[in-house]
Design a protein around this ligand. Structure first.
Ligand SMILES: C[S@@+](CC[C@H](N)C(=O)[O-])C[C@H]1O[C@@H](n2cnc3c(N)ncnc32)[C@H](O)[C@@H]1O
Length: 208
């Protein structure tokens, strides 16, 4: 069962429970034709900024860090946004259990934990099995957008996604940031440490 609450400003909050049916986001917000899914939005600063700039797009964000969820909801409330949905839960389980296939226009993974040590690489979010899951929920021509300030992680992502047949790497020259993505908190931290930021854009080439 989905416990789905709206407060007065229309901010949706989904509580996860195991007895749920998959939902098609388009059924929930019929006015929004474009759906963006962000994984690990941190304190929500850039997530909310993007939602503010694109009022006709629905932004679904998943974050496991409770204070980050609270901060994002506080910002959304302040700005009176009604085009965000926030899930305080593991994004992978959410994708598996609650998103229907061909429902999402873009999946955003901005500055995922890089897990620097080799023995921890298996904890990295971007893995072949995960990319298969993303293929299922992305619409044809949908985009997987990963940004990272850790060049070895960018290389890892390219290697992993290249193993999946129906993704085409269409990153900008020099892996430049697309205009629609605001700077994030972790990006600022990485830049302060002198790290190079790479934005990776993979387009789903699956058939409709
Ligand atoms: C390094 S932080 C980046 C935060 C934000 N995107 C930014 O750039 O400022 C990574 C975030 O991903 C979240 N995270 C990691 N794995 C997750 C998962 N499976 N589901 C949801 N959130 C996740 C963490 O809680 C953390 O807030």
């Amino acid at each position: 069962m989905i416990n789905y609450n709206f407060n007065r400003s229309g901010i949706g909050f989904l509580r996860f429970s195991r007895n749920i049916n998959r939902f098609n986001g388009i059924n929930i917000i019929s006015l929004c034709q474009t759906l963006i899914k962000e994984i690990g939005f941190g304190n929500g600063e850039s997530f909310i900024q993007m939602a503010e700039c694109a009022p006709d797009t629905l932004f679904i964000g998943a974050e496991v860090h409770k204070p980050g969820v609270g901060h994002a909801l506080m910002l959304a409330h302040k700005k009176e946004l009604n085009n965000i949905r926030v899930i305080e839960h593991d994004a992978v389980e959410f994708i598996d259990n609650m998103l229907t296939e061909n429902s999402i226009d873009r999946v955003q993974v901005y500055f995922p934990d890089p897990w620097h040590k080799k023995r921890h690489h298996k904890r990295r979010l971007i893995q072949p099995v995960f990319c298969d899951k993303l293929q299922r929920i992305l619409k044809p021509r949908g985009v997987l957008h990963v940004a990272t300030d850790w060049v070895p992680y960018a290389e890892h992502c390219i290697e992993v996604v290249n193993q999946i047949d129906s993704f085409d790497d269409q990153s900008n020259e020099d892996y430049a940031k697309p205009d629609y993505r605001p700077e994030t908190k972790f990006e600022r931290r990485g830049l302060g440490l002198g790290h190079e930021v790479r934005d990776l854009l993979f387009i789903s080439t699956k058939q409709a």
